[in-house]
Write a protein that binds this ligand. Structure first.
Ligand SMILES: [Zn+2]
Ligand SMILES: [Zn+2]
Ligand SMILES: [Zn+2]
Length: 796
């Protein structure tokens, strides 16, 4: 159906140009809901071209007619000047017969066929909207829901595509004439801005006390600010869910939040007014500053400044602070009061449960945590936490991929032209759960879903899966899961596949990590895969995590691994690193009942005795080759940390104390070493990286009172040296020269920096994650890639 633009908006040309050319363009990528149609309309006007543009399920269709050089100029500018939130994946152009059409039109959306265009991700308030928000003469002055085609909520308010107002939670708000006029005007910044609203016609905010009654405040935002300044805990409804907000400079208030939320130790994110305020609390690099102001507005882990006024219990024990900038108008309004310097803004939930989104749900679940609620009546349809990123070795790296990134598509590599993957679901891991839906040449990762250990986590998984399946119209014919039989995601996948009679494919954990990295870079393999990770289920039932793989997309072989060490007590060795230390020392041949070792770990003779018996008898002491667990063990010995409050805390602290140390590249210095013992590769026997000499050097240094930061730095260098030598051996043996790195240990900046330097010095071509997390947040993407490759291999 064609719909003409309002009268007077059509463009007309006085003279009939001589050499008319007409092209039909099919643009694919993120081109809906990002101001693409008004952009094209403007472009056509500037070039004096006729034709039309319309959204379809594949992206946008454009037909353009006019002088040849103008049409060509249009094609170039289409790519080079595309709106900031758009992402053009491809433009297919073909020349068709001119029709003599006059003027340029925008046509209504067509809804048919298979959906392959994305819903855009949520985007932070743009500079134009922010100016209006703070301009007393503007009709949207201090209106918390203003937005335009260049900014505002998208994914979190959308039911299904195409992304049009009736498909969003703005459907219930009828636009007033002023808003409607903007919406209908192709020259307006708000042309087809689906969440367009104003104080007359749009959503509103109000305050509710924890005990129940609505507070009849004239200015709910001002009241919220006063309460924050008084040290109260506010539940503040945002874009992807509620935040719990508290004055970040008020130590007592921050402690109270931690107690009520049952979150001890794990760092809290801090929101500040703007870049200048962020510089006051963090030492920011140029790359970090650039990340802070991207439309995704992630939390950025940056080096915190001493004595910057942030309460000590915001991020205890580590040198980094998670900092981010306001991305919703309501948040900008909170900071419009200059008395408010910095707010802890943490996902509103108990411990690791999903973030609360619904007003009633928030009051039920957060009633014991928040003193009052700042609510609004624009429904959040998808829970979506803040994304977390860090600049690692000069490049941005995702740690948690959620708001601002989801549901942007990721590539699925494949050599068969025109054909991609059948509809497929990959369910991910266990903690930091994220699933992936894939079809054709694209994979769509869900938002970060949190831990699947509790029932609410699993509910969130189901809810989000149903939503994304509906959104992208993907009905999986294949379900891919981890090999671990104990993961909730594995048993869920088996049940779900059985119910639907679809095929199951199991993928080894560390292969999935490497495949994710390969797919991001379009690599088919073979590559040397360095999978440096916490724990993942290996082939044959042992727990892997310090792996050198020779990987293709659909298969892999294990070339080398860190030597096994027992985890006495299984999972409890993760929560209590001193157990892991005893296991690792025992495996390296030390007498763990000696007084020296006991003193180091603050362990009793009784404890050590019990653990030694567990280890020697192999009772509840599974063997692991995990590098993450070696970090834990070393952290327990060096820092004396017996227990942790959150996963990898000890390892993060170990990296933290080494942060000020120079990179340990002095060949004259006595370094710790991992001992590389080659296997017989003709019989596919893996090489082993033994830890005994590393531990000997480390304990000698401790006895010689070498500083702990130096010891931590030497340990990092030893790990890097060991894995680089293993990679060199792998290249000598197999001839493979590309290295893909993945796994949770790559959150460690020092490790990544040293690995990159050393591997490049050895002449390797190195690949790291750019679009997904190297940790288990990226796992399901890798599973989808392997699953699709397995199926492709069968088709031939
Ligand atoms: Zn805007
Ligand atoms: Zn309005
Ligand atoms: Zn992993």
């Amino acid at each position: 159906m064609l719909v003409s633009c309002p009268e007077g908006r059509s463009l007309s040309h006085d003279t009939q140009p001589k050499l008319e050319r007409r092209e039909a363009l099919q643009v694919r990528g993120v081109v809906q809901g990002v101001g693409f149609r008004p952009f094209v309309y403007r472009l056509a006007a500037e070039e004096g071209l006729s034709g039309f543009i319309g959204n379809d399920t594949d992206g946008v269709t454009i037909e353009i007619e006019g002088p040849k050089e103008r049409v060509e100029s249009f094609g170039k500018r289409l790519r080079s000047e595309a709106p900031p939130l758009s992402r053009i994946d491809s433009v297919a152009a073909r020349v068709i017969a001119p029709t003599g059409e006059r003027g340029f039109r925008i046509v209504a959306s067509e809804v048919h066929g298979q959906v392959s265009t994305g819903i855009p991700a949520d985007a932070a308030t743009c500079a134009d909207c922010l100016r209006e928000l703070l301009d007393p003469t503007d009709r949207r002055y201090r209106y918390p829901f203003l937005n335009c085609t260049n900014c505002g909520p998208r994914f979190t308010i959308t039911r299904r595509i195409p992304y049009d107002r009736p498909q969003t939670s703005m459907a219930g708000f009828k636009m007033c004439p002023a808003c409607q006029a903007e919406y209908d005007d192709p020259a307006n910044r708000r042309f087809h801005a689906q969440p367009n609203a104003c104080p007359v016609c749009g959503p509103r905010v109000w305050m509710v006390r924890a005990e129940g009654a609505e507070l009849s405040s004239l200015d709910p935002v001002a009241e919220c600010i006063e309460r924050l300044l008084a040290g109260e805990i506010m539940a503040i409804k945002g874009i992807g869910g509620f935040h719990l907000g508290v004055d970040a400079t008020n130590e007592a208030a921050v402690l109270r939040l931690r107690e009520r939320k049952h979150r001890y130790g794990k760092p809290l994110a801090v929101m500040v007014r703007d870049l200048a305020a962020a510089r006051e609390i963090c030492d920011l690099t140029d790359e970090e500053e650039a990340l802070l102001v991207t439309p995704a507005r992630p939390i950025v882990l940056a080096h915190g400044r001493e004595d910057c006024g942030i309460a000590p219990s915001v991020a205890p024990g580590i040198p980094w602070l998670g900092v981010f900038l306001p991305y919703a108008p309501l948040q900008h309004l909170l900071f419009s009061d200059s008395r408010l310097k910095a707010l802890v803004m943490t996902s509103a939930n108990l411990s690791e449960e999903p973030i609360a989104i619904d007003n009633d749900e928030a009051r039920t679940r957060l009633g014991m945590i928040a003193d009052a609620f700042l609510m609004h009546d624009r429904e959040i349809l998808q829970r979506c936490d803040d994304s977390v990123m860090a600049v690692v070795d000069g490049a941005p790296q995702l740690i948690r991929r959620a708001r601002g990134f989801v549901p942007l598509g990721l590539p699925l590599p494949g050599k068969i032209e025109g054909k991609g993957s059948p509809p497929l679901l990959a369910v991910g891991g266990h903690l930091k759960s994220v699933f992936t839906l894939a079809r054709g040449k694209f994979a769509y990762q869900s938002q970060h879903l949190g831990d699947l250990e509790n029932i609410t986590g699993l509910d969130f998984f189901r809810e989000s899966l149903a939503h994304l399946m509906r959104t992208f119209e993907i009905e999986p014919e294949i379900v891919v899961h981890d090999l671990h039989p104990g993961y909730l995601s594995t048993s869920w996948a088996k049940e779900w596949a059985a119910e639907r009679g679809v095929r199951l494919i199991a993928v080894q954990h560390h292969h999935a990590h490497i495949a994710a990295c390969m797919a991001e870079h379009g690599l088919e393999g073979p590559v040397i895969g360095l999978s440096l990770d916490g724990t993942g289920y290996g082939i044959g039932g042992r727990i892997w995590g310090g792996e050198v793989l020779i990987a293709h997309l659909d298969r892999f072989e294990r070339f080398a691994h860190l030597d096994y060490a027992p985890m006495p007590g299984g999972e409890s060795a993760i929560r209590e690193p001193w157990r892991m230390a005893l296991g690792a020392l025992r495996a390296a041949g030390f007498d763990i009942e000696s007084p020296d070792v006991l003193a180091l770990l603050g362990a009793s003779a009784q404890d050590a005795h019990v653990l030694r018996r567990m280890i020697d008898r192999g009772l509840n002491a599974p063997m692991t080759s995990s590098l993450g667990r070696l970090f834990d063990a070393v952290a327990a010995v060096v820092l004396g940390r017996r227990t942790v409050d959150y996963e990898a805390q000890a390892a993060i602290e170990l990296e933290g104390i080494a942060a000020g140390e120079p990179d340990d590249d002095d060949p004259d210095e006595d370094r710790y070493a991992l001992e590389l013992r080659a296997g017989d590769w003709s019989r596919r026997e893996a090489a082993i990286l033994g830890t005994a000499p590393l531990w000997r050097g480390l304990l000698d240094d401790l006895n010689a009172s070498v500083s702990k930061p130096r010891i931590a730095a030497r340990f990092h260098a030893a790990v890097v040296d060991g894995f680089v030598r293993a990679a060199v051996l792998a290249r000598e043996t197999t001839g493979v020269g590309q290295v893909a790195m993945s796994g949770g240990c790559l959150h460690n900046r020092r490790l990544v920096r040293l690995l990159r330097t050393r591997l490049e010095a050895q002449g390797f071509e190195l690949y790291r994650h750019r679009q997904v997390s190297p940790g288990d947040g990226g796992l399901s993407y890798g599973q989808a890639v392997v699953g699709a490759a397995v199926v492709r291999g069968e088709i031939g």
